[in-house]
Design a protein around this ligand. Structure first.
Ligand code: SF4
Length: 350
C-alpha cells in the first residue's frame, strides 16, 4: 500500500500575502502547470514571504543542516550531460580517477563531523553500478562505517536497480541524490544517453527502498521559465515529494557544451528555490554562498569548482545567526509534522 497526502484546498493567487498559510494549505500532490506558473509569476517578495511562512511552521529558522560532499570516483564518465566536467566526451580540466579506498573516505567523514557536518555525501561519476560488484561492496562498507559515526549518509551513484537500492538501505543509507535536472521537454537538449523516465525509475527504486529522496535541478542550462516550472511540476506531482529539492546554479565549465552559458540571475534562483510547492518539512540544498534554509552543502573534498573552506562557512553562519542541526533532526521534524497533520495522511492507494 502506498501512502498519499490528500491534496488540501489552496488559494493560489493572492495579490498580497499578509499572513502565513496554514500547514494544511501547503501540502498537496496534485498541481497543474498553470497553477505552478501562477505561483512562479507572483510578486517576488510575496513568494519569499509565503515560503518563509511555511518554513517557519515546520522548522526553526535559525537552523540549517550542514552536509559535506566527497567525490569517491572522479571523471571518466560515459554519459553526455552537457554541463558536466566529468564526462569523458568533453575535454575539461577534470582528471579521471579510480574509486577511492575506504579509509580516506572515513577520514574525510570524521573531519567533516568534527567541523559540524551531520550528513556525509559520497558521489561517483558513472552511469550506473553495472559490472561494479566489488566497487559496490566497497561503497556499502563506506555507508555502514559512516553511519556508525552517527552521521546521516547520502550517495549519488547514478542509476540504481531496486535491489541495489535495497542493499544501500540495509547498509544504513539515509538519502540518495538523483536530480531530474530540468523539465521533461528540455531534458533531451541537455542529456541524450539516458532518458527522463530512467531517472524517474531510479527515484522510484530509492523511494520504494525507504530511502529519502534528494532530487532537484540545475538552473542556467539554457532553459526557459516554462522549463523551470516544468521541473517543479514534475517533482510536485510525484506520489511522494522528495525530502530534498536541490536548486543548483550552473557553473559553466571550460570544454563542456555549456561553457559559454550566462550565469543564472539571482532573482531567478531565488524564485525557483522558494517556489517548489513541496510539503513543508522538506529542505532545500544550496550550492552557492547564500543560505537557503535549512541545508548547506560544504564540499571540502568534492566538486570540480572551488568551495568555501570550513572557517568561512562558520563565519558566515555566525554573521547570519545560524546554527547547525543535529544528525537526523530533519527526519524527526518530518515525522513530527506528519503526526500533527493526520488529516493529510488518510488516503491510501494500492
Ligand atoms: S552522469 Fe554524472 S558524472 Fe556522468 S556526465 Fe552526467 S552528471 Fe557528470
Amino acid at each position: 500500500m502506498l501512502r498519499l497526502f490528500v491534496p488540501a484546498p489552496t488559494r493560489l493567487a493572492r495579490t498580497l500575502a499578509t499572513h502565513a498559510s496554514s500547514p494544511a494549505q501547503s501540502s498537496r500532490l496534485s498541481w497543474s502547470k498553470q497553477q505552478i506558473q501562477d505561483l512562479y509569476d507572483s510578486p517576488l517578495m510575496d513568494l519569499v514571504f509565503r515560503a518563509a511562512s511555511v518554513h517557519r511552521q515546520h522548522h526553526d529558522p535559525s537552523k540549517i543542516q550542514l552536509c559535506t560532499l566527497m567525490n569517491i570516483k572522479t571523471g571518466g564518465c560515459t554519459e553526455d550531460c552537457s554541463y558536466c566536467s566529468q564526462s569523458s566526451r568533453y575535454s575539461t580540466p577534470t582528471k579521471a580517477s579510480r574509486l577511492v579506498d575506504i579509509e580516506p573516505v572515513l577520514e574525510a567523514a570524521r573531519k567533516a563531523k568534527e567541523n559540524g557536518s551531520t550528513r556525509f555525501c559520497m558521489g561517483a561519476a558513472w552511469r550506473d553500478l553495472a559490472g561494479r560488484k566489488r566497487g559496490f561492496e566497497k561503497i556499502l562498507e563506506m555507508v555502514r562505517e559512516v553511519r556508525a559515526m552517527d552521521m546521516e549518509v547520502c550517495t549519488t551513484l547514478g542509476m540504481l536497480s531496486p535491489d541495489q537500492a535495497r542493499q544501500l538501505k540495509e547498509a544504513g543509507l539515509t538519502a540518495y541524490n538523483h536530480n531530474l535536472d530540468t523539465s521533461r521537454e528540455f531534458y533531451p537538449q541537455v542529456i541524450t544517453t539516458r532518458s527522463y523516465d530512467e531517472r524517474l525509475d531510479t527515484i522510484s527504486a530509492v523511494r520504494d527502498a525507504g530511502i529519502s529522496v534528494c532530487s532537484g535541478g540545475i538552473l542556467g542550462l539554457g532553459e526557459s521559465d516554462a522549463d523551470r516550472v516544468g521541473l517543479i511540476w514534475e517533482v510536485s506531482n510525484m506520489p511522494e515529494h522528495p525530502e530534498s529539492f536541490p536548486v543548483n546554479a550552473l557553473v559553466p565549465i571550460e570544454g563542456t557544451p555549456l561553457e559559454n552559458n550566462e550565469p543564472v540571475k539571482y532573482h531567478v534562483l531565488l524564485r525557483d528555490n522558494r517556489n517548489g510547492p513541496h510539503r513543508p518539512p522538506e529542505h532545500h540544498y544550496p550550492t552557492g554562498r547564500w543560505p537557503k534554509h535549512p541545508g548547506r552543502i560544504r564540499a571540502g573534498y568534492m566538486l570540480t569548482t572551488p568551495c568555501s573552506p570550513w572557517d568561512e562557512d562558520k563565519a558566515m553562519m555566525s554573521r547570519w545567526g545560524l546554527t547547525g542541526m543535529n544528525s537526523f533532526e530533519q527526519q524527526e521534524q518530518l515525522e513530527a509534522s506528519k503526526a500533527t497533520r493526520p488529516e493529510e495522511n488518510v488516503a491510501q492507494a494500492a
